[in-house]
Design a protein around this ligand. Structure first.
Ligand code: NDP
Ligand code: OXD
Length: 316
């Protein structure tokens, strides 16, 4: 089938240069780069990251929306998203990146990375206590595509792993908790908290002082740790700072922030026990993500169902 006979794509992106996405999508489809011809009635699909509000509702024949990321909260920033299927990213490459990030941050906290970074400029030769992984419980909030893969890697390293989900999600080797009633017991059994939740009305602001107080501090590491690679608006940064300063939290690794880029005025940048990365835990690489998007469009045109469709009621 020729390119022009296939459904057309609108690429609508803010915050980064979509050149490579345009190039790779164009290999099979005609691609309109918004804002050009952004109300073209011949558009069938939209590929989006934080699209400008109102753009999608101008497409009368839109059939499906493809998120450039695993999260879809950026799409719902637009109150006017047409009622067509929304497909999110589920890809080995993205999952691998996130697993690496989680393992990196958990190992850094377990192996006292912050203490060594503080010692080195002072030329201090001192070995802090080294509790083994088997004595440490990592609690993962969100045992979805990313959380389950991270759990598998942590289990292979010998960590104890707890998981917290919305609905029961049994997983071998993982102690599972779910729902509001499960949250307290999950936190009380967790030394290093890893947040891999989607941002939805039910999860916004969930990582607050009260939640951090619930973590286990009397443990082999001498305190509780936070790793957030889900979304910034899951956390209350003032509460994290308070928790770090009063000993509720020992250290935090944050990849996502209430406001991104993290403003230069944020005290998180210079806090000695906070490790900042710029929303880089699992980057969306178009070389790996465009081919499955194109395959899904072709499947859809053959009458087959789309995969990884978002549950709009749940918001993820
Ligand atoms: P999934 O949809 O596969 O999994 C989401 C998990 O969160 C599920 O286990 C789900 O529970 C759980 N969950 C959702 N709502 C609640 C709730 N109210 N209470 C308890 N648990 C809840 O998502 P992914 O694993 O693919 O991705 C997770 C998030 O990671 C994305 O939404 C995105 O925000 C973030 N992300 C960040 C990146 C970065 O670079 N920092 C890169 C990629 C993603 P259940 O199993 O019961 O449905
Ligand atoms: C995503 C992200 O959702 O990169 O994939 O944040």
């Amino acid at each position: 089938m020729s390119r022009s006979a296939r459904g057309r794509v609108l690429l609508s992106v803010t915050g980064f240069n979509p050149h490579r996405w345009h190039e790779l999508l164009s290999a099979e489809r005609e691609v309109v780069l918004e804002p050009d011809r952004a109300d073209d009635p011949s558009i069938d699909y939209a590929v989006v990251w934080k699209q400008r509000p109102g753009v999608l509702s101008k497409l009368p024949n839109l059939k499906a929306i493809f998120s450039i990321g695993a999260g879809v909260d950026h799409i719902f920033l637009d109150a006017d998203v047409p009622d067509v299927p929304i497909v999110r990213v589920v890809a080995e490459n993205l999952t691998q990146y996130m697993t690496e990030y989680v393992v990196w941050r958990v190992l850094d906290h377990q192996r006292q990375g912050a203490a060594y970074r503080a010692q080195q400029p002072r030329k201090v030769w001192h070995e802090p206590p080294q509790p083994p992984a088997t004595e440490i419980a990592v609690g993962i909030m969100g045992l979805g595509q990313l959380g389950r893969a991270a759990a598998r890697a942590l289990l292979a390293l010998g960590f104890r792993v707890n998981g917290w989900t919305r609905t029961p999600r049994p997983m071998g080797g993982v102690t599972g908790f779910h729902g509001g009633d499960g949250l307290g017991p999950f936190l009380a059994a967790t030394d290093i908290l890893v947040v891999l939740l989607p941002l939805t009305p039910a999860t916004a602001g969930i990582v607050d002082y009260g939640l951090l107080r619930g973590l286990r501090r009397d443990n082999a590491l001498g305190g509780a740790f936070l790793v957030n690679a889900g979304r910034g608006k899951l956390q209350k940064e003032a509460d994290i700072l308070r928790a770090l300063d009063d000993g509720t939290l020992k250290e935090a690794s944050l990849d996502v922030f209430e406001e991104e880029p993290l403003p230069p005025s944020s005290p998180l940048w210079t806090h000695p026990r906070v490790f900042v990365t710029p929303h880089a835990a699992a980057t969306s690489d178009p070389v790996h993500l465009v081919p499955p998007m194109l395959r899904q469009m072709a499947r859809f045109e053959r009458g087959e169902s789309l995969e990884n469709v978002v549950d709009r009621d749940a918001g993820y």
